[in-house]
Design a protein around this ligand. Structure first.
Ligand SMILES: Nc1ncnc2c1ncn2[C@@H]1O[C@H](COP(=O)(O)OP(=O)(O)O)[C@@H](O)[C@H]1O
Ligand SMILES: O=C(O)c1ccc[n+]([C@@H]2O[C@H](COP(=O)([O-])O)[C@@H](O)[C@H]2O)c1
Length: 207
């Protein structure tokens, strides 16, 4: 399994979970964040630009599934704020650090889970990860699972969402970025156990 280990000498590890829309990223992330020590989370969905700044393509669809629809600079700044001071970041995001009476220390292991559908196509972000996971489900399952409170306009999935997913996946693979592929057809428990164990082995056992 590729993925880069914790940076030598660093008390921290950052760990994304990813990637196809409705693949189970949020479900997996929520479980990891509850289980891992000193763990914060950044959701890429929080960095979508406002509706009126999203371009309409030649295909007539709002172009949500491209990097331009996201404020990636703000996202990277948020991740950098965590890297600079994970204890401060955790406190300002309401995360309990080092349960017990001991004062939190910068030498404790801190983990940031970064969750999103377009994490590995933006170089300034890619470089910040210690471990990279890529959660994928096949076309039929993805289409079946995709349901939002405001439903997609007719044709959006086939006309924009899935083609952009394939395009970005190819771009990522061509760029040679190391990811651990996760089979999103596995059960929620299987996925959680696989990733939790991997993080434990790579980030926690070696600290
Ligand atoms: N391993 C799984 N097996 C089957 N369904 C799942 C699994 N993980 C998540 N789901 C369901 O798929 C849908 C999308 O999950 P979600 O975690 O919101 O995906 P994402 O954050 O990738 O868009 C939800 O209805 C969720 O309950
Ligand atoms: O339709 C919208 O208003 C809208 C606004 C923001 C995001 N989205 C969708 O959100 C998807 C990414 O989020 P996720 O959690 O499903 O991976 C992406 O496929 C977009 O099409 C859709």
């Amino acid at each position: 399994m590729p993925g880069s280990p914790q940076r030598p000498g660093s008390p921290q590890g950052s760990t994304p979970s990813a990637l196809v829309t409705n693949g189970g990223k949020t479900t997996l992330t929520n479980r990891l964040v509850k289980a891992l020590p000193n763990c914060c989370v950044v959701h890429q969905d929080d960095f979508f630009k406002p509706q009126d700044q999203i371009e309409v393509g030649e295909d007539g669809f709002k172009q949500w599934d491209v990097l331009d629809s996201l404020d990636m600079e703000a996202m990277v700044s948020t991740v950098r704020a965590w890297i600079e001071n994970p204890v401060k970041f955790a406190r300002s995001h309401g995360v309990n650090v080092t349960p017990g009476s001991r004062e939190p220390s910068s030498q404790d292991t801190h983990i940031l889970v970064i969750e999103g559908f377009l994490l590995y196509n933006y170089k300034p972000l890619i470089e910040l990860f210690d471990l990279r996971y890529y959660l994928a489900v096949p076309y039929d399952e993805c289409k079946r699972r995709r349901s939002y409170t405001v439903p997609d306009p007719p044709g959006l999935f086939d006309g924009h969402v899935w083609p952009m997913y394939l395009k970005h996946r190819k771009q990522m693979e061509d760029s040679g970025v190391d990811v651990v592929y996760l089979d999103g057809l596995k059960s929620r428990d299987e996925l959680y156990n696989q990733v939790f164990e991997d993080i434990h082995n790579k980030l926690l056992n070696c600290s």
